[in-house]
Ligand binder design. Structure first.
Ligand code: BES
Ligand code: MN
Ligand code: ZN
Length: 496
């Protein structure tokens, strides 16, 4: 879907197709809405007076074949009373995008000339976020409709809007990268092809290094490598560096992702029902990839390192067995009780590697780690686990501001005791209770005292329903939160 910006010169009654006009929560019609109301003999005002349309934030009302206008359809959209923040304008854009998506010809002209440039830019980004479609495997009519239709946005200050759209669009493009990766099936996206897509980020100034089996073995990533032993695909670890801080040697913010391109459970095999959803088990790596794209596109003044572990978890004669003991990069040994608890085995070595190699100012890892987090929090909040109250607060603030749900969960010695092993330093599962917490305790054994957070995104990565800012399917949850975390805490204040 393409977005264009136009200066507010056009006569709105002269526009064909679909026209979108705005009305405040107080019933105040925008300039274009007034013009439409006049052309239509007062129809908009009547709808507002009759209270059949309350003009709440994001409410839309469609008028087919409006009198006195060239347009085939007029959509009246409510700004609400609290649409002054950029993220509110983004949500409004999403809701307008949803209304446009229902039309046969989803293209439109949106008259936003009364809004500040920064709000128009966010409104535009919101439309694209909602109208995103993963259409590459659709053929024929479906393909033509999905994601089609350009949107022209009439704005008071075209230059200022285009300038503000750089950052807003950088976020959207990062999210789309995440959604594309999460949506790809595992026969197309396996560790090597995933790594290839990440190599493309070098076009945007990201330094990308790919390591394969031989090198990972030499380094000693025995925990990560044991997960891929049953797969025909070589495992890969990809390191992405964005060096945007004025001080190139400043300690980076490190973000680490689980990239299991398919998870059958391995020898501890999963039941067949729903197994196809495990193509999304690389969601953590997807968010890391999307964040790297966003910070590069907006040229963030921060040093950010992204590390992803790309592995396929399959059953096979060579696969890791329950009871096997592996030695992690840290030197600690792990008794693998359940080969389906593979994400933590991947992350353990990545966390050790990140801290040894980069001495980060803070580390956040993301993973579709446990079904138990869905039992606990459903699909509304990601689970947050951290050794730092300050970092937790920064993450919660960033998520709150971006409208992404996050909820902190506990960590403590009692839970840690549940993963003691009689044969090795630890086992990889802790029994039925507190499954998400024992997984987090496992990860914490591989981090030092520097600020660290683990975000379990199993419940928020693939959505059964559309929300204002994403269609059904891959949400891209986390790119917006982490982008804001970087902006608000790892960049000079004046550049925000
Ligand atoms: N990838 C799954 C977790 C998951 C479940 C992600 C549902 C998204 C949706 C993970 O590798 C897994 O299989 N975890 C097991 C852990 C158990 C064996 C301790 C689980 O949650 O059942
Ligand atoms: Mn698993
Ligand atoms: Zn998994």
């Amino acid at each position: 879907m393409t977005i264009t910006f136009t200066d507010a010169a056009a006569d709105m009654t002269d526009i064909g197709g679909t026209a979108v006009v705005l009305v405040g929560g107080d019933g105040k019609l925008s300039g274009a809405a007034s013009a439409a109301n006049e052309a239509m003999g007062g129809a908009l005002r009547r709808a507002l007076d009759a209270k059949s349309f309350k003009a709440k934030h994001g409410d839309t009302l469609a008028f087919p074949f409006p009198g006195g206008m060239k347009a085939d359809k007029l959509i009246l959209a409510g700004l609400g009373t609290d649409a002054q923040k950029p993220t509110d304008a983004r949500t409004l854009g999403g809701k307008i995008g949803a209304a446009l998506g229902k039309l046969d010809a989803p293209g439109a002209t949106v008259f936003a000339g009364d809004l500040d440039a920064a709000l128009v830019a966010e409104l535009a980004a919101g439309i694209t976020m909602r109208r995103y479609a993963f259409a590459k495997y659709k053929t024929g009519k479906d393909a033509d409709k999905l994601g089609s239709g350009g949107v022209d946005i009439v704005t008071g200050d075209k230059a200022a809007t285009a300038a503000a759209f750089i950052d807003a669009d950088a976020l959207a493009q990062g999210m789309f990268f995440t959604r594309d990766l999460v949506s790809e099936p595992a026969n197309v996206l396996y560790p090597a092809t995933f790594a290839e897509r990440l190599e493309d980020l070098s076009e945007h100034g990201v330094e990308v290094t790919v390591m394969g089996d031989a090198e990972l073995e030499k380094i000693g990533m025995g925990s990560l490598l044991c997960v891929g032993l049953g797969s025909q695909h070589e495992s890969k670890v990809v390191v992405m560096k964005w060096n945007g801080a004025d001080d190139a040697s400043a300690a980076p913010f490190c973000v680490v992702g689980k990239g299991v391109t398919f998870d059958t459970g391995g020898i501890s095999i999963k039941p067949a029902g729903g197994m196809e959803e495990m193509t999304m088990d690389m969601g953590g790596a997807g968010v890391v990839s999307g964040l790297m794209k966003t910070v590069a596109l907006r040229k963030a003044k921060a040093n950010v390192v992204g590390i992803v572990g790309l592995v396929e978890n399959m059953p096979d004669g060579m696969a890791t067995r329950p009871g096997d003991i592996v030695t992690s990069l840290s030197g600690k040994t792990i008794e693998v009780i359940n080969t389906d608890a593979e994400g933590r085995l991947v992350l353990a070595d990545l966390l050790t590697y990140a801290q040894r190699e980069f001495k980060p100012a803070a580390t956040v890892n993301l993973a579709t780690l446990t079904g138990a987090i869905i039992v606990a929090l459903g699909n509304y909040n990601a689970g947050l686990f951290s050794n730092s109250d300050a970092l937790s607060e920064q993450l919660a603030d960033a998520a709150g501001a971006e409208g992404e749900g996050i909820w902190r969960m506990p960590l403590s010695k009692e839970y840690d005791d549940l993963i003691k092993s009689s044969l090795a330093d630890m086992k990889n599962v802790g029994g039925r209770s507190a499954g998400s917490i024992t997984a987090a305790q496992f990860l914490q054994r591989f981090v030092n005292d520097s600020p660290w957070a683990h975000i379990d995104i199993a419940g928020v990565t693939l959505m059964k329903e559309a929300k204002p800012l994403h269609p059904k399917g891959a949400s891209g949850w986390g790119v917006a939160t982490l982008n804001r975390l970087v902006r608000d805490n790892f960049e000079p204040k004046d550049s925000a």
